[in-house]
Ligand binder design. Structure first.
Ligand code: IDP
Ligand code: MG
Length: 164
């Protein structure tokens, strides 16, 4: 199966990460719960202190921003790990972004993860891929090794994904 699944299908996959501030604050389980309760399927999970190279590649589109150095340091300094995950399901890339909320917590709706738990953009606790192309890139970066993503069938599938 393609690394990010098939775009628009039940097998679509996205990269979600609890960033070090979310881990430090003890919000890992709450963030996982939102995806589990929505019915999405967990196909990859690990705690990792990323290398500088990995963080720089992950945020490559922000290289020219004044906060880039600080962002990479905060992701990689080991004061807490990143909890890296891959979630699978219908429209999970776009829905993940909606569930996470706006980048700036002050613009994030109250029921969203950022809108419920955070106040400033530099400590917004969670990452989610913003497109299918980003999901492919990010899943490959963080879960590049064979066997790190698990294909499995949820016993609940027919109760979550059947249209009739
Ligand atoms: P996203 O996380 O919602 O996709 P991006 O614009 O891709 O938002 O930015 C990536 C991350 O960079 C943000 O989640 C946040 O941690 C950090 N960031 C973005 N803008 C700022 C800023 O103005 N100051 C500090 N950190 C920022
Ligand atoms: Mg982004």
């Amino acid at each position: 199966k393609p690394i990010a699944g098939v775009k628009g299908s039940f097998s679509e996959r996205t990269f979600i990460a609890v960033k070090p501030d979310g881990v430090q604050r003890g919000l890992v389980a709450k963030i996982i719960s939102r995806f589990e309760e929505r019915g999405y399927k967990l196909v990859g999970l690990k705690a990792v202190v990323p290398s500088k190279e990995l963080a720089e590649e992950h945020y490559a589109d922000l290289k020219s921003k004044p906060f880039f150095g600080g962002l990479v340091d905060y992701m990689t300094n080991g004061k807490a790990p990143v909890v890296a995950m891959v979630w699978e399901g219908k429209d999970v890339i776009r829905q993940g972004r909606v569930m996470i909320g706006a980048t700036n917590p002050l613009d994030a709706a109250p029921g969203t993860i950022r809108g419920q738990y955070t106040q400033v953009v530099g400590r917004n606790i969670v990452h989610g891929s913003d497109s299918f192309e980003s999901a492919e890139k990010e899943i490959g970066l963080w879960f590049g090794k064979a066997g790190e993503l698990i294909d499995w069938t949820s016993a609940n599938e027919q109760w979550i994904l059947s249209d009739n």
